[in-house]
Write a protein of this length. Sequence first.
Length: 451
Amino acid sequence: MSFLSGPQSDQLNGVARNFYIDSQPPGSQLRINYAAELNPQQCQAVMATAGPALVIAGAGSGKTRTLVYRVAFLIEQGIAPDRILLLTFTNKAAHEMMRRASDLLGMETRGLCGGTFHSIGARMLRQNAAKAGLQPDFTILDREDSRDMIKAVLGARKEDDRESMFPKPDALLDLFSLAVNKHPTLREAIDREYPQFLHIADEISSVHKAFNDRKRAANVVDFDDLLSAWLHLLETQTDVRERYQDQFLYILVDEYQDTNTVQGRIVDLLAARRKNLMVVGDDSQSIYSWRGANSRNLLEFPSRYPGASIYKIETNYRSTPEILNLANAIFASTPQPFAKKLNSSRPSGMRPAVAEAEDCLMQAAFVGMRVLQLREEGVSLNQIAVLYRSHFHTLDLQLELTRRRIPFTITSGLRFFEQAHVKDVCAFLRLMANPRDELSFKRLATMLPGI
């Protein structure tokens, strides 16, 4: 029997049996007064019994709070933290939830397995690298690294095989990602998403194969590989799958409406034995189909898990009644598989306004005029924000604000780990950990004088 965790425990996989010991017996008294600290709908979801559960949490309804209290409730019921799996879409969200659960309980939730699908997948792949066909010291490519590798693959193609209309690296990366996350084959992804490339589908397939071969040779994986390799591991290695099914008594999934087909399948496999699965999401916030999100994961949850409990959290703590009246009117005019009506906990405010513009120039002119009106009404410019869907929409707006002498700043930029100097340091560390990392070697080599 092993009580080890971390690398020592990983080395025993397949050699020793695993025993999971609950850290404490179920408590007869709860430390947290859930009824006093949560609204009735949140409390119902938090104190749900075992079994599958779908929580429809509208925008601003305290979804994170509900998940935090659910984790705390399970631990108070005697579930050891390392028997709980919490899957989120950002590591920051997972760490914040675990920290808040610890604060609620007044104790460390050490051992709680929480993180993004990619981080948990990477952890399980390293623990079972040989069975996944990987080296345990593999490194992970970010988007820019993958683009550089695609460029290298394209550069190695024969000159007379190149076409001016051949997809650019970013388009190829998007296509390869959709082939993993949304469509069963690359050919179908081309047919459904990029039909203009059907006549060169064979050439694209050869680039895809060369890309995968180069990744394997360099002992690197990209984010899509983390999911596809994790799924393949669970589907093909019965002992690995059953070990994690035994370990995790309860599984919680955040932002379930944004999961793709691969992620949905991973969750179903992990929850297959016990079915103590709680997914939290909102069908009205499913906006990522363009990157492979599959709303059917949420919509078909009740049919995949017969008898699943469905909880609705409809009290909104973020918006005024006027904003929610507009949202509810939109909901009422469109098909809603899980009908809901959002209620505000805030006092009344201004009604939303709709301004119709004939073109982008008129739209920019209206925004500039409205900003000046608000300033005349005593609203400070630093209290005014303009939101837009894509950065390319801002050119007309920037010109209009400049013409009207309205000072502005644009909040955007690279993530921390995408900044050039940070990537330089990471490349050095990655090359130390994985001497076969071709991209890191090239990045460092270009920093040397004369190269």
